[in-house]
Design a protein around this ligand. Structure first.
Ligand SMILES: Nc1ncnc2c1ncn2[C@@H]1O[C@H](COP(=O)(O)OP(=O)(O)O)[C@@H](O)[C@H]1O
Ligand SMILES: [Mg+2]
Length: 326
């Protein structure tokens, strides 16, 4: 069973790990991040939200548990805590994404406020979410729900292209959530069409249009813009040039798109990683001295020292629902 919370009012810090494209190393990354944090004495719960190809249990050397997040999504189980299982690693528990006995629920619209409440109430210091690849609405909801939003990419052009696509989709979904009126939200839909006839091309142009329409909505948009701060991690790096990729993506986002993105760090391409997958053990435990383990350790440390990121708070979501004019 999961440990009980040390203090009743302390809420878990939620970290989501997404990527525009599959295969860049999300599941391996999040399992290792979890192992490092758990190794430093923090209580960590990993959540496998990738219901279609759930594999965190395998990466941790576990068989599919009898119940999983699929039961919560399908509303067969309302208490997330009942889906938490111990792993072989002290302080590290798992909510798996698949189980042996039930069919996959059709992914419907996730109730972000309900999910966020449930995730924050989990008895842990950290809750780490492994996401499906891509920018589907349900994936973006998981991504945006977190305090810290990590976007993983590798140096392949397809991954870079998908990263921009993901960032754009996540940004528009995030700001749309913050707005209350139909008219302002409609303007977001217009802006999402790159070739829109109103000529809205950047968040700043959109901000101007929304402020002209309704100054209060403009303020809400401005607040949402400030709170949007995903963090990039470049994985499978094997040259100095590839290390710079994080900086160039950050630069492009700032210059052409007007959104702030941090570069959290990079992890080298390392044959010890696939070997550790074969062993069904995080590489930071299987081979703690290899390059990848060192870089993974640095990222975990940076995340801890930088403190909780900025994300849509539960009260903001609920406030929006209460005050929504539509
Ligand atoms: N730093 C790394 N170096 C070498 N191989 C890696 C690294 N990170 C991940 N991989 C490999 O990439 C593949 C995909 O990883 P996975 O975590 O399943 O990706 P995703 O969850 O993004 O689809 C796996 O075979 C894994 O061993
Ligand atoms: Mg995965």
């Amino acid at each position: 069973m999961p440990p009980t919370p040390s203090t009743a009012d302390k809420t878990a810090r939620i970290v989501s790990v997404g990527s525009g494209k599959g295969g860049v190393g999300k599941s391996v990354f999040v399992a290792n991040l979890a192992a490092v944090l758990a190794g430093s004495g923090q209580r960590v719960i990993l959540v496998d939200t990738d219901l279609e190809s759930a594999n965190l249990h395998t990466l941790l050397g576990l068989r599919p548990p009898p119940v999983s997040l699929a039961d919560f999504v399908a509303q067969r189980e309302s208490e997330l805590v009942k889906l938490v299982f111990d792993t072989h690693i002290p302080n590290l528990s798992l909510i798996a994404g698949t189980n042996a006995h039930v069919e996959l629920p059709q992914p419907g619209k996730i109730d972000r406020a309900r999910l966020l409440r449930a995730l924050r109430r989990l008895p842990a210091d950290w809750v780490l979410l492994d996401l499906s690849a891509g920018a589907r609405a349900s994936v973006l909801d998981y991504f945006l729900t977190a305090d810290d939003q990590i976007l993983l990419l590798d140096a392949e052009p397809t991954a870079v292209e998908s990263t921009y696509h993901f960032l754009r989709a996540a940004f528009y979904r995030h700001v749309k959530e913050a707005l209350l009126t139909h008219a302002a939200r409609d303007l977001i839909d217009v802006a999402m069409d790159r070739g829109n006839e109103r000529g809205i091309r950047t968040p700043n142009e959109l901000l101007k249009e929304i402020s002209d329409l309704d100054p209060e909505e403009g303020e809400r948009f401005r607040g949402a813009l400030r709170r949007f701060h995903p963090r990039l991690v470049v994985n499978k790096v094997h040259s100095a040039e590839e290390i710079k990729l994080g900086f160039s993506v950050r630069g492009v986002c700032s210059k052409y798109f007007g959104i702030g993105v941090d570069y959290l760090g990079y992890v080298s391409r390392d044959s010890a990683v696939p070997q550790s997958v074969q062993q069904r053990k995080p590489v930071v435990l299987a081979d703690p001295r290899c390059d990848a383990s060192v870089y993974l350790g640095r990222i975990a440390e940076k995340l801890q020292t930088e403190g909780r990121g900025t994300a849509t708070s539960e009260s903001a979501i609920e406030g929006k629902k209460r005050g929504k004019s539509s």
